[in-house]
Write a protein that binds this ligand. Structure first.
Ligand code: NAI
Length: 358
């Protein structure tokens, strides 16, 4: 019986997590959920939004399923999501974006995978606050050493991109494409402008592509990539990106498949795996039964495959296909819905579909 750490999250997190665990339990795989809290609710008690015992639980179990956790803006509260990825070295974020029949979209068919570097880039947290003594020192240094004029009213975030981290993620993308029999890997960058950060990314990617000649490959400026995605997304297949572009482009891809409520995700490292939807805690709809649980349920499909439960994953995926194809089950984020189906009722419909297929 596999044990999985469950972080229900906040906002809509508990609603979509409860729907997901009910549906997964109906598959009869017998997952033992080890439930832990993270985020603002535990900050006061533990002095941190991500207590050590939560990390220990994931290290012990190897696998976690996580609902969204809010990151309050400007409070000094370190993002639980970014911390988790860094502490567990979850260097690869994988976000498959497939359009399910019945889900309203501007396109007929979408099947893309965004592979995002998860540990460095502008997310590394190396920042200099506007007006601080540090930024003033930095300004002096840049002027003295390089003749750069940094404006006095500027704040600065540093963008490190290393050969080692790039190598790990691009290799991961190629291996993933090969294993999943995908057509090609597109490496997005802006190396014409950021020669020493995206330049490292591009050069390392090009070098690695030499050893994966059996997988299609191209590199593309990230702005052009965004244009193709909005225009003819079928041009793309597996897209590998540095952290920030990956964040933005994966939300764009979620928009192609009906929105964030349909976009699952997983964060993978060499030792641990954390499965979570792409969306956040959606405080605007929390507690109203309006949250679409499909993104988290599809994250559980990815988790089941990772745990070697391919048959159960298949049953669940087919149940999702069946339920989304019905005219009477409409999640609140499906455009043009009249009366939407509450979160729990979507789970009930999936459980019925699972039981009917047994
Ligand atoms: P969000 O993804 O929570 O919401 C964006 C929009 O999508 C909102 O209109 C929301 O109602 C809608 N939406 C999102 N998920 C939905 C679902 N399952 N069903 C129906 N509608 C859905 O993004 P936002 O507002 O930028 O972030 C809110 C909070 O979530 C912030 O504190 C942020 O830091 C956190 N966050 C956490 C993430 C995580 O835990 N992995 C990821 C992204 C954001």
């Amino acid at each position: 019986m596999p044990t999985v750490t469950l972080i229900r999250g906040d906002g809509i997190g508990p609603e979509v997590s409860d729907a997901t665990t009910r549906v997964v339990d109906a598959l009869g795989v017998g997952i033992d959920w080890e439930v832990h809290e993270a985020g603002a609710s535990v900050l006061e008690q533990h002095g941190t939004p991500l207590p050590e015992h939560v990390l220990e639980s994931i290290r012990r179990n190897g696998t976690a399923l996580k609902g969204p956790v809010s990151t309050p803006v400007g409070t000094g509260f370190r993002s639980v999501n970014v911390t988790l990825r860094q502490e567990l070295d979850l260097f690869a974020s994988v976000r498959p974006c497939r359009l399910f029949p019945g889900v309203p979209s501007h396109f007929e068919a979408i099947d893309l995978v965004v592979v995002r570097e998860n540990t460095e880039d502008l997310y590394e947290g190396i920042e200099f606050e506007m007006g601080s003594a540090e930024v003033s020192k930095l300004r002096g240094y840049l002027k003295y050493m390089h003749g750069y004029e940094l404006r006095e009213d500027a704040g600065v975030s540093v963008k490190p991109i290393s050969v080692s981290a790039t190598q790990a993620i691009v290799e991961f993308a190629f291996e993933y494409a090969r294993r999943e029999r995908r057509r090609k890997v597109t490496l997005g960058h802006k190396a014409n402008i950021m020669k020493f950060s995206d330049g490292v990314w591009l050069e390392t990617g090009l070098r690695l592509a030499e050893s994966y000649r059996n997988v299609g490959f191209e590199d593309m400026h990230v702005d052009e990539l965004a244009m193709w995605l909005a225009w003819i997304p079928a041009e793309l297949d597996v897209i590998v990106l540095p952290n920030l572009y990956g964040d933005i482009i994966s939300d764009l891809c979620a928009g192609l498949i009906g929105g964030l409520g349909f976009a699952p995700g997983m964060n993978l490292g060499k030792e641990y795996a954390v499965f979570e939807p792409t969306h956040g805690s959606a405080p605007d709809i929390a507690g109203k039964g309006l949250a679409n649980p499909i993104a988290m349920i599809l994250s559980a499909v990815l988790m089941l495959r990772h745990l070697g439960e391919a048959a159960a994953a298949g049953v669940l995926e087919r149940a999702v296909e069946g339920v989304l194809g019905r005219k009477d089950i409409r999640t609140s984020d499906m455009s043009g819905v009249g009366e939407s189906t509450p979160t729990g009722a979507v789970a009930d419909a999936l459980i019925d579909a699972i039981n009917a297929s047994a």
